[in-house]
Design a protein around this ligand. Structure first.
Ligand code: FAD
Length: 623
């Protein structure tokens, strides 16, 4: 591959956002350069080696439906898989995998190195090339200039990064990596709204110093779930157990005794931390009445002894860390291999972004990942894919792709960030999506793969597999619909014990599947049993679509109603402060957020339905 003199897309940062961005742009056929500090850390998991979980696996499956890297890499690296909420409805069911961090990084790097149209380069980026107000490339630490039509910035926790352990601190992007100071300063000089956030990580432990017999084992699922639609159990490496231990009164006393040297509680750290992933010192303060917290002891991989104690993220001084770790059962002799720490970093108010993730202030410049105020690999990867795809579209002078809230969690994520902004690290939950029944993790391919193909993101191989699956779902649905069971037949006798009331009239298998207590496996082979058994992914789709048909139809109606509003644009020059009837608070929020549509305005916290009606009246008057 000749090294191009000008790229279509340059991606800065090889974390989870950057790698998905670069792969997406390259899959779409444009010349893409991925520039990162260190090729060895491409796809590095900065914190816990796990992918997925509630709300997050929905994003992973969406990335996968668009042919991104994360899900397949998880299947290649996952050492323990579980389905969370397995007894609850399909909308909130989620897949979580503990990953071997070395295998994960290797899987991502393999995809990057074998992607057509993608070049890699190791160097720190220090500045942007700006021409006529548009981003047109980057300049590296040693002064090398790379020209491009667009730039996607995914610098993670590195911009102005400061690492804290107790009252000591030093500049760093994450432990062992340099911060991005030059670039942070350049960006601060531009009209972006910059603020500080913080996140943290626990000390790591040497497994050889831990007594696992004192802990509760936590095995993975017997039937191992698979993360990628293109994945299979055959890809999974050896599966291993995790363990559970607990903090106790003594642990809490030790933590309290170290608070006077905590950077969080002495005001040294100003950035706000993740509410849903609090440090152990936060937990002790916020939940003062609890005398114990569960701690998951998770292996970091198959070829290392390092353990990740999930639940004791901390920036307390190192001597306190040793004591608190050793106060827990099974950890009495624990040896810490790396201290826990907190990191403060710059992020940009995401309200300064368009729905394509291009910045409003500088055309051609896209932001994705942690720098938009989110936390988590999955949130970063999803934004990266979207930003990379839209940068490629812009380079090709095509319209952006902006998934809606009723199409994807990706749409929910971007819309939440843009309409509400965020003052604390934002993570995804299923509760953030109002159309949860439609946005399930099991149907992300049905929702997005066709769109991905249209955009040029989806390979021939995935497209063929998807079309085959879609056809198989249709065929199986038709087969069930046209297979009839009559009362008193052999088939009726077989199914009656599972029914509350026995079959009293002719039934097709599809209607039988709608009845409570009946699952696909009960009816699959009652009649005309298929010669080849139906693939799990196919039977799952058939079952969920049939069982939840009523609820799904109702959500579809709600979506249609909202869509009529969604289509009403709000002109960019609207001066909300002049609008009669709106409260000052709502005027201020609308002026700040500048929503692009009536529906987007309605989702801003505090913007009431009454205020939306006033906006509608105002728009009609203007017309
Ligand atoms: P990153 O993964 O940080 O990647 C940024 C990349 O950009 C790196 O490759 C870096 O080398 C590169 N880069 C930066 N600046 C430049 C430059 N100027 N030139 C070239 N390359 C550059 N998430 C959770 O969900 N839960 C947690 O508990 C959690 N704890 C965390 C604890 C710590 C200490 C850290 C550091 C992160 C934690 N995270 C946690 C966050 C998670 O790691 C991030 O959300 C995720 O990695 C963000 O992905 P990203 O691609 O935006 O950035």
């Amino acid at each position: 591959m000749d090294f191009p003199s000008r790229f279509d897309v340059i991606v800065v940062g090889g974390g989870h956002a950057g790698t998905e961005a670069a792969l997406a742009a390259a899959r779409m056929g444009v010349k893409t350069l991925l520039l990162s500090h260190n090729i060895e850390t491409l796809g590095q998991m900065s914190c816990n080696p796990a992918i997925g979980g509630i709300g997050k696996s929905h994003l992973v499956k969406e990335i996968d439906a668009l042919d991104g890297a994360m899900a397949l890499a998880t299947d290649q690296a996952g050492i323990q898989f579980r389905t969370l909420n397995s007894r609850k409805g399909p909308a909130v069911r989620a897949t979580r995998a503990q990953a071997d961090r070395i295998l994960y990084k290797a899987a991502i790097r393999h995809q990057l190195e074998n992607q057509e149209n993608l070049w890699l380069f190791q160097q720190s980026v220090e500045d942007l090339i700006v021409e006529e107000g548009a981003a047109r490339g980057v300049i590296t630490q040693t002064g090398i200039r790379f020209n491009s039509k667009t730039v996607v910035l995914t610098a993670g926790t590195f911009l102005g990064g400061v690492i804290h352990i107790g009252l000591q601190n030093h500049a760093g992007g994450r432990a062992g990596d340099p911060p991005s100071i030059g670039l942070a300063e350049k960006l601060r000089a531009l009209p972006f709204q910059v603020d500080r956030l913080k996140t943290g990580t626990p000390p790591r432990i040497d497994a050889r110093s831990v007594d696992f017999t004192q802990m509760q084992p936590q095995p993975g699922d017997d039937i191992t779930p698979v993360m990628s639609y293109m994945g299979s159990r055959d890809l999974h490496p050896r599966q291993i157990e995790c363990f559970i231990t607990h903090t106790n009164e003594r642990t809490h006393d030790i933590i309290r005794s170290g608070m006077d040297r905590s950077p969080m509680y002495t005001g040294v750290i100003e950035g706000v931390g993740p509410r849903y992933c609090p440090s152990i010192e936060d937990k002790i303060v916020r939940f003062a009445d609890k005398n114990s917290h569960q701690i998951f002891i998770e292996p970091e991989g198959l070829t290392t002894h390092e353990l990740y104690p999930n639940g004791i993220s901390t920036s307390l001084p190192f001597d306190v860390q040793i004591e608190l770790v050793r106060s827990m059962k099974g950890m009495e002799n624990a040896h810490i291999t790396r201290p826990g720490y907190a990191i403060e970093y710059d992020y940009f108010n995401p309200q300064g972004l368009k729905y394509s993730l291009e910045t409003k202030h500088m055309s051609g410049l896209f932001f994705a990942g942690q720098i938009n105020g989110t936390t988590g690999y999955e949130e970063a990867g999803a934004q990266g894919l979207l930003a990379g795809a839209n940068a490629a579209l812009l380079a090709q002078e095509k319209d952006p792709w902006t998934p809606r809230r009723d199409e994807a969690y990706l749409g929910v994520l971007v819309d939440d960030l843009i309409t509400m902004g965020t003052k604390e690290p934002y993570r995804m939950f299923t509760s953030r999506a109002e159309y949860r029944l439609i946005l399930r993790e099991d149907n992300a391919d049905m929702r997005l793969t066709e769109k991905g193909r249209e955009l040029g993101l989806v390979s021939d191989e995935r497209w063929a597999a998807f079309c085959h699956k879609r056809e198989a779902i249709e065929q199986e649905t038709q087969r069930l619909k046209s297979s009839w069971i009559v009362p008193n037949s052999v088939e009726a006798e077989a199914i009656n014990p599972k029914l509350e009331t026995p079959i009293s009239h002719e039934y097709n298998l599809l209607d039988l599947l709608k009845r409570p207590g009946i699952v696909y496996q009960d009816i699959a082979n009652l009649k005309n049993s298929p010669e080849q058994s139906v693939d799990e992914q196919v039977s799952e789709q058939v079952q969920i679509t049939v069982k939840y048909a009523g609820y799904i139809a109702r959500q579809a109606e709600d979506i249609e109603r909202l869509r009529r509003q969604e289509n009403t644009p709000l002109p960019a020059d609207l001066d909300y402060s002049q609008m009669e009837g709106l409260s000052n608070e709502i005027k201020q929020k609308l002026n700040e957020a500048r929503p692009e549509s009536l529906a987007a305005a309605s989702r801003i916290q505090g913007v009431t339905p009454a205020a939306v009606s006033l906006l509608l009246i105002h728009l009609k008057k203007r017309a």
